[in-house]
Structures are given as C-alpha cells and as structure tokens.
Design a protein around this ligand. Sequence first.
Ligand SMILES: Nc1nc2c(ncn2[C@@H]2O[C@H](COP(=O)(O)OP(=O)(O)OP(=O)(O)O)[C@@H](O)[C@H]2O)c(=O)[nH]1
Ligand SMILES: [Mg+2]
Length: 307
Amino acid sequence: MSFFQKLKQSLAKTTQVLAGRIKALVKGRKIDDALWEEVEEILLTSDVGPDATTELVASARLAAKNGEILSGDDLVPWLRSAVAARLRPDEADIRWNAGGTTVILIAGVNGSGKTTSIAKLCKFLRARNKTVIVAACDTFRAAAVDQLGIWAKRLDVGFVGGSNNADPAAVAFDAAESAASKGVDVLIVDTAGRLHTQKNLMDELSKITRVLGKRIPGAPHETLLVLDGTAGQNGLQQTRAFREHANVTGLIVSKLDGTAKGGVVLSIKDQLKLPVKFVGTGESADDFAPFYADAFSSALFGEDETR
Ligand SMILES: Nc1nc2c(ncn2[C@@H]2O[C@H](COP(=O)(O)OP(=O)(O)OP(=O)(O)O)[C@@H](O)[C@H]2O)c(=O)[nH]1
Ligand SMILES: [Mg+2]
C-alpha cells in the first residue's frame, strides 16, 4: 500500500467527521449564514482549531460571494485546496548534515510513540539506502533498551545501548562516536519519555543535546518531538514546554489512525509554527508517511491523490 493509501486509511475517522459531515450538510443546500455556522462547528469538532477555522470560513464566504463556490457541492474541494495551501509551507524534508552523519534526536512525553516512530523512520531511511544507527538513551528501563534493540535487528540498522542505568548522555556520546567513525549516514537517538515538569529529566535532555554536538558538529541536526495525535490540544501545551528546553526543529504526529481529530495538524501549524515532518498511521514499521500538504489534505477530505 502506498504512503497515500495508508494516510487516507488512517485518517478515515477524521474524514468521516470532517468531510463526511460537511458533504451531508451541503448536499443540495443553499449557501446562507446558518450553513456557515454549521461548517464552522464541524471544523472545530475535528480539532482544526479556532484560528484556522475562523480564517477558513471567512475565506470560504468570500469565495462564495465571488462566485468561486456556487453550490454546497463545491465546498469540500474548495476546503481541500485551502487546507493544503495553509499547510504547504510546512512541508519539510530532513535537515541533512552535508558534512557527515545526520543526527536526529527524538523526544516527547511518555508513551507518545517515540520508539515506534524511530522504527518507522529506520525503515523509511533504509528504503532510501541510508545507513542508520539507533542509540537507546532511555536507559532507565531495560525493556526500553530491548524494545529498540529488537527493532534494530529486524530493520537492519546498527544499535548502541548502554547498560541499565547508564548515563543517557554517555550512551549518546558513544553512539555519535560510533556513527561518525563508521561514516554512518544517520544516527537516531531515542530518549526516555518525560514531562516538562521533571526538571532533571529536562536538564538531561539538554545534556544529551550538548554531548552530541561535541562529537558531531551541528548535531543534533533535527530534534523531533513526537506528539500523540489523540492527545489533541494537550499536545500543543507539551510542545511549548519542550521548546523551552530543546531546540525542537519539527514534529512527528503519531497515532493519527486512532483519532477523529486529525485536524489537529492545522492547529499545530497555526500555533506552533513548527513543521510536521512525518505522521504515524498505525503500529507497524510501515505505518508512517512523510508529510506533504497536498497529500495530507486530500487524504483528510477523503479524496484521491492530487499529484
Ligand atoms: N495506533 C497506533 N499506535 C501507535 C502509533 N505509534 C505508536 N503506537 C503505539 O503506542 C504505544 C507506545 O509507543 P512507544 O513507541 O513505545 O512510545 P514511547 O514514546 O517510546 O514510550 P516511552 O518510551 O514509554 O515514553 C505502543 O503500543 C505503540 O504500538 C501509531 O501511529 N498508531
Ligand atoms: Mg520509548
């Protein structure tokens, strides 16, 4: 199945609420104020967020006035392209380190999907012939190290892990050393889940960041925060907190398959001004898609791929 098909499938719940309800609402209906209010309510239900909702509805009203939206049936395709336009500047490839190993640090709250997203990223990179090492810096739990080790073996990537309770920053340094000396393309660093209120854990994240930069200039080149898509607006709060401690460069939104609020990606874009780089669409290593605004928007509205 293509990335697009998976994305579309994982957004099915959101599509049902969003496009499904809008389509049912506008069918054969005349465009009036009452209709716009209902459209607004549907967008908010899908977690599109107040700013994007207000702006989308205002531009749609204008488009209707200008004759670009003649009947209710024109509305869904119009929204699809308006949403794509809002998200488009968000498209982003990985920030590659042209001079050596690209280091990607993965952070987030407990259970957000960090380790699984790393497995997915490994598979994505291996399919592009990149060599990869993963570092298990979640050293508090032996199970966490094992979980990453098992994925590494399965996905044909290198693995660096410390002993139980090893200093996570020391493991990060060893991994950077190993990746740089072997000329590996990408090093992905897994970290323990943490809350912004846990000061020592946040300090530890800063320390891991510093140590990586000591061995590989400019590292980490990406610090990706994994946000659980089902957490809705809480995810926005978490991101703000993490940004105070780490130079977050982008987001992975996981578990889109488990929510009807996939519109949260628009809220993220409005409020955080951070690029969404990948989305998680299920529990297996294949359930992952790079973020492209047009594809996302088409999938969100249940339409076919536009390019
Ligand atoms: N449905 C679905 N489940 C997911 C997705 N990503 C992760 N999960 C599940 O979420 C749970 C937690 O995933 P992990 O990858 O272990 O999360 P983590 O952030 O590494 O967790 P900690 O290391 O404990 O903080 C697991 O049961 C995963 O299978 C996704 O995109 N969709
Ligand atoms: Mg983990």
